[in-house]
Design a protein around this ligand. Structure first.
Ligand code: 1QQ
Length: 388
């Protein structure tokens, strides 16, 4: 009896202990599963030095502002971004070092960048192989998101922007024959060239001459002299901003009149063009994903906050960086994790009509930006919408 009692006591004790263990362990499981993630590291790979430094400088400003605002709004228990910035130096090799650091040492939740497509076409393969999500905010060359399902971009591709730019410019200037001038050693300038060629053919425009240059060239007069001799109605240029500025300056110096518009792609959307080509930049046309005059309420707020913080208005690259941080943040928050990269990838893919400075944002099924292009013209030292 006694033994039985004791044993039944023991049985009851075991039952209670089991019950408690279950309650506590499931309780612990619950807290683990639902514990709000409070910090997410984002790796920013921007070109802070080298040929693309003008883009990187403004990307950093846009991203910093977004991180600052998001972290302030998160409150003491909300999800905060821990930014890790590295300079990709505008070259693929340094981009590789930066991506390896983000993946293996920093163990970031997601990577934003790199600045150039030329770097992305190498670095993004590393990220894809590792299952690390990447959100490009300025890569516009073809083939970047095709690297794999972990690669996204909020930057509108040249293959979307350029046909629209050519259509609008053809109507506006009554173009019939054009010259084409492009960089033949960079993923972006080559991608732009291919997109221009197709758009020109589709629009029925004659190409009177094709000229090329290489990264770092300073003297464009031999090619521009050739172009001038062919008397084109417009000069189509696929170039990053350093070379674009030199081309625009030297075209006007060589006496190609302002009545022959220079039409560029995404590389032209930098204030560095306005600064370095100054007067010569007046009338230059370029396709873009964003313009500062956009009347979206969120955009007005962004332009005001950016101008107050930095003393100058944002450009397209700042806007895409700012939007990119918000898109990444929304995905990490929805995934509820800073470490499960597959869950973050899936949440990115599900972003739908997110309110951003680029408009209501969704990715295309191919993970490209689903936004609409604008055509800009430089007027009074500013990027304005063509036709306004
Ligand atoms: C690219 C670009 C550049 C002009 C942006 C920095 O669009 O490399 O894809």
């Amino acid at each position: 009896m006694h033994t039985l009692k004791r044993s039944s006591g023991t049985a009851a004790g075991i039952a209670v202990a089991l019950f408690l263990t279950l309650v506590f362990s499931s309780g612990r499981l619950c807290t683990q599963a639902f514990a709000a993630v409070t910090e997410a590291k984002i790796g920013f790979a921007f070109s802070m030095t080298g040929g693309a430094a003008a883009y990187g400088a403004t990307q950093k400003k846009g991203a910093d502002l977004a991180v600052e605002e998001i972290n302030a709004a998160a409150g003491p228990n909300g999800l905060k971004i821990v930014p890790v910035l590295e300079d990709d130096a505008s070259v693929p090799q340094q981009g590789i070092n930066v991506f390896n650091k983000f993946i293996n040492a920093d163990k970031v939740a997601l990577i934003i960048g790199p600045t150039l497509s030329n770097t992305a076409q190498v670095t993004d393969r590393i990220a894809q192989k590792d299952g690390m999500p990447v959100l490009a905010i300025s890569n516009t060359a073809p083939g970047i998101t095709e690297i794999g399902d972990f690669i996204f971009r909020d930057s509108l591709t040249e293959s979307v922007v350029i046909p629209y730019t050519i259509k609008v410019a053809k109507e506006k200037f009554g173009l019939k024959k054009v010259a084409v001038f492009y960089g033949n050693d960079d993923a972006f300038t080559m991608g732009g060239y291919v997109a221009f060629k197709k758009a020109l053919a589709d629009a029925g425009l004659e190409v009177v001459t094709e000229q090329t240059f290489a990264k770092g060239d300073r003297d464009f007069s031999p090619q521009l002299t050739q172009i001038k001799s062919k008397n084109p109605d417009a000069i189509i240029v696929s170039a990053l901003v350093e070379e674009a500025s030199g081309i625009v300056n030297q075209a006007r110096q060589l006496g190609i009149p302002a009545s022959v518009p220079i039409i560029g792609g995404n590389g032209f959307n930098s204030p560095a063009l306005l600064k370095n080509a100054a007067e010569s930049a007046e009338g230059v046309i370029m396709g873009a994903a964003w313009n500062a005059t956009s009347t979206l309420p969120l955009n007005k707020k962004f332009v005001e906050a950016f101008t107050a913080k930095y003393g100058n208005a944002p450009d397209q690259f700042a806007a895409q960086a700012y939007a990119g941080v918000h898109i990444a943040y929304a995905a990490i928050k929805k995934a509820g994790t800073a470490t499960d990269h597959k869950a973050i990838r899936d949440a990115l893919a599900q972003i739908k009509d997110l309110d951003t400075v680029l408009g209501a944002f969704s990715f295309t099924p191919g993970r490209d930006a689903g936004s609409t292009p604008v055509v800009q013209v430089v007027k009074g030292g500013k990027f304005t919408i063509l036709g306004e």
